[in-house]
Ligand binder design. Structure first.
Ligand code: CO
Ligand code: CO
Length: 305
């Protein structure tokens, strides 16, 4: 599987019963604390392997760092990343650092999976339930924090969510067997769902009130805070969504919010939805049924108030 399917990672079959999964992600700091930034970026990099149902095994650090900054900051970033890869049972076997004006950090990740266990983003079927495993709003809250207008408890909550691995969510979904999955990152819930519906030739019907939102995010977006990426998501894919009349533009922005290290978005057969919710709870993972899949219609996503 390569770039043509728009899936989360590349998959290459080595033998009849073994594939490798390969992915890479890195970006500049989204929070001030270097340790937290390292942990968030590592969790985000590993997420694409979990979204495919795979097991990450090896990672390499990708680092850009300014020469005029204290080296202890870089140490903190790498320590944050190492704590997360350790939690994931992944070996970090090297990496590469270059000088740059702005720090950047992330991982290349190699995972493994059996060919018949690959969970693509293109397998959703009509009547499937759509389940989301983390609340949304990290883009809005971290943007507010940069502007100094985020409540510290709300920021802490968002950071905790972004530092959480999608390992538990992935373990739950592979134990139950699901039709499709992806992780919610830069294109937001709406963008990644749109990819899943296009790839699956289906339509999604979302229930706005069932979508979990991080505390503080709705107030912030109503006060005018939204990252550029979130506004771009609304201007592009958000325009192709059929929004119920009473849904405000601020709620549309919220659903388009660009996420970092977001949760898994899973399409599961209606007969297995309860089983998956129980499996998620057993992994201490927050899961919400946010809508369902229908036969393909002219709009790939409809959102009801
Ligand atoms: Co992804
Ligand atoms: Co990615």
């Amino acid at each position: 599987m390569g770039i043509e399917t728009g899936d989360d990672a590349a998959v290459y079959r080595l033998t009849d019963d073994l594939c490798i999964i390969q992915t890479v992600d890195f970006f500049p700091p989204i929070v001030d604390d270097p340790y937290q930034f390292g942990a968030i970026s590592a969790a985000n990099s590993l997420s694409d392997v979990y979204a495919m149902g795979g097991k990450p095994i090896l990672a390499l650090n990708l680092v850009c760092f300014p020469e005029d900054q204290p080296i202890s900051i870089l140490g903190d970033i790498l320590r944050g990343g190492a704590d997360i890869t350790k939690k994931a049972g992944v070996l970090t076997v090297g990496g590469h650092t270059i000088q740059d004006k702005e720090p950047k950090y992330g991982l290349t990740v190699t995972g493994v999976i059996a060919p018949d266990k690959i969970i693509s983003n293109a397998g959703a079927r009509p009547f499937d339930k759509l389940i989301l495993t983390k609340p949304i709003g990290t883009g809005i809250i971290t943007t507010a924090a940069k502007a100094g207008v985020a409540n510290s408890a709300h920021l802490e909550n968002a950071v905790e969510s972004m530092m959480t691995l999608n390992l538990g969510a992935s373990t739950a979904m592979t134990s139950v067997g699901v039709d499709a999955a992806t992780d919610v990152t830069g294109f937001g819930l709406i963008g990644h769902l749109h990819n899943m519906m296009k790839g699956s030739s289906t339509t999604a019907v979302l229930n706005l009130s069932a979508i979990p939102i991080l505390p503080g995010a709705r107030d912030l977006v109503e006060s005018g805070v939204a990252p550029g990426g979130t506004r771009r998501n609304l201007d592009t894919v958000g325009r192709q969504v059929e929004w119920d009349d009473p849904i405000k533009v601020t709620d549309q922005l919220l659903l388009c919010d660009a996420q970092t290290s977001g949760g898994l978005l899973i399409a599961v057969g209606p007969d297995k939805a309860d089983l998956l919710m129980n499996a998620l709870a057993a992994q201490s993972v927050y899961g919400s049924i946010i809508g369902e899949v229908a036969e393909a219609q002219p709009t790939a996503i409809q959102v009801t108030a």
